[in-house]
Design a protein around this ligand. Structure first.
Ligand SMILES: *Cc1c(COP(=O)(O)O)cnc(C)c1O
Length: 344
């Protein structure tokens, strides 16, 4: 049978109310891509779960199909979210699909071009907040408490339900859970969902390596970061809503949450691209974490199955690439000029 989306495939395993009305863009079912060269380099069996191939270019669509399906089922008319970008694009798309009004709050000037464009293209009302993501989220929570508007951030439990499906898919593809799961951690909804998903699916449990950016690492530092800073805008979060649960996931899995620098993130991004997988900066944090740990001899992954969750597509944040590379050479449109370059 042709694929009909996550709720159709896994709905029986998700705690969603009967009033839900399935709103899907055929999200999920993303490939688990083996990475032979990187596997050789790190002495383990490495796979990328490429979540950038979801309908709006990030894993947020998994949770959004669930959250919007629930909201539509109880006749909500407007949805709202705070976002570093990908939640906004996803909420906008699913709201459009369902015929709902979408309002998205983003931190002023801190959202990657591909994400902002997405939210606008799908017709959301995009509002820039003179503050951080955390400030935007505080506002959204207050609005959702005082009005009938539905909040679709990952505090919304249905988001987590939908996001569990990524763990199910990995187990279905590998036949079991991997030995390690490495992923970026921002607001910590995704790591929470993966852990819940693996526990529920009963195909074994991975150790979980959660990775934050050094300038936005509240879970590593053990305190709120008032002014989070990192080029990995999707994880530029100083006050993670599911912080406790993510620490619990790391602890229960015998894994950990660590921080890596922006330079390490960018070099991991280049390394993934060198084997054909271009992801946005935040999505490279898992590999950056693996490299940092194995460099210090702390990563016991020899010959083990390791899954890197690559949460969003590289096309979301093109300027990070175009600004750090020299512009392409310009030559006259003739054979001599081109052959001169080729034979150089
Ligand atoms: C949202 C997001 C994250 C962080 O996920 P959390 O659930 O907030 O921890 C990481 N990478 C990308 C690309 C994202 O969109």
């Amino acid at each position: 049978m042709t694929y009909q989306g996550l709720i159709h495939r896994y709905g029986h395993l998700l705690d969603l109310p009967v009033h839900k009305k399935n709103i899907s863009l055929l999200e999920g079912n993303t490939p688990l891509i083996s990475m032979p060269r990187l596997s050789r380099e790190f002495g383990c069996e490495l796979f990328v779960k490429f979540e950038g191939l979801n309908p709006t270019g990030s894993f947020k669509d998994r949770g959004m199909t669930a959250a919007i399906s629930e909201a539509v089922g109880r006749h909500v008319e407007t949805v709202i979210c705070a976002s570093t970008g990908n939640t906004a694009a996803s909420a906008a798309a699913y709201a459009a699909r369902a015929g709902l009004r979408a309002m998205v709050l983003i931190p002023e000037g801190k959202v990657a071009a591909g994400k902002l464009a997405g939210a606008m293209a799908y017709g959301a009302e995009v509002i820039q907040i003179q503050g951080s993501f955390d400030d935007a989220l505080t506002l959204v929570v207050e609005i959702a408490e005082k009005t009938p508007i539905a909040m679709v951030n990952s505090i919304n439990p249905f988001r987590i339900e939908g996001q569990k499906t990524a763990a199910f898919e990995i187990c279905d593809d590998l036949g079991c859970a991997p030995d390690w799961l490495c992923l970026p951690v921002g607001n910590a909804g995704n790591i929470t969902a993966y852990w819940a998903g693996f526990k529920q699916y009963q195909k074994g449990l991975p150790r979980v390596l959660g990775v934050q950016a050094a300038g936005a690492a509240p879970l590593v530092l053990g305190h709120v970061v008032e002014k989070p800073e990192t080029i990995a805008t999707a994880i530029r979060i100083g006050k993670p809503v599911r912080g406790e649960q993510s620490l619990e996931a790391a602890r229960q899995s015998n894994g950990k949450i660590i921080a890596v620098s922006d330079e390490e993130i960018l070099s991991a991004q280049r390394l993934l691209a060198s084997e054909g997988v271009w992801v946005e900066p935040a999505s490279a944090a898992g590999l950056a974490g693996l490299i940092a740990e194995s460099g210090q001899g702390k990563f016991e992954a020899r010959d083990k199955k390791v899954v890197l969750v690559c949460t969003g597509h590289g096309m979301k944040d093109p300027s990070i690439i175009t600004e750090s590379f020299r512009s392409p050479k310009i030559i006259p449109a003739n054979y001599e000029a081109l052959i001169g370059l080729i034979e150089k």
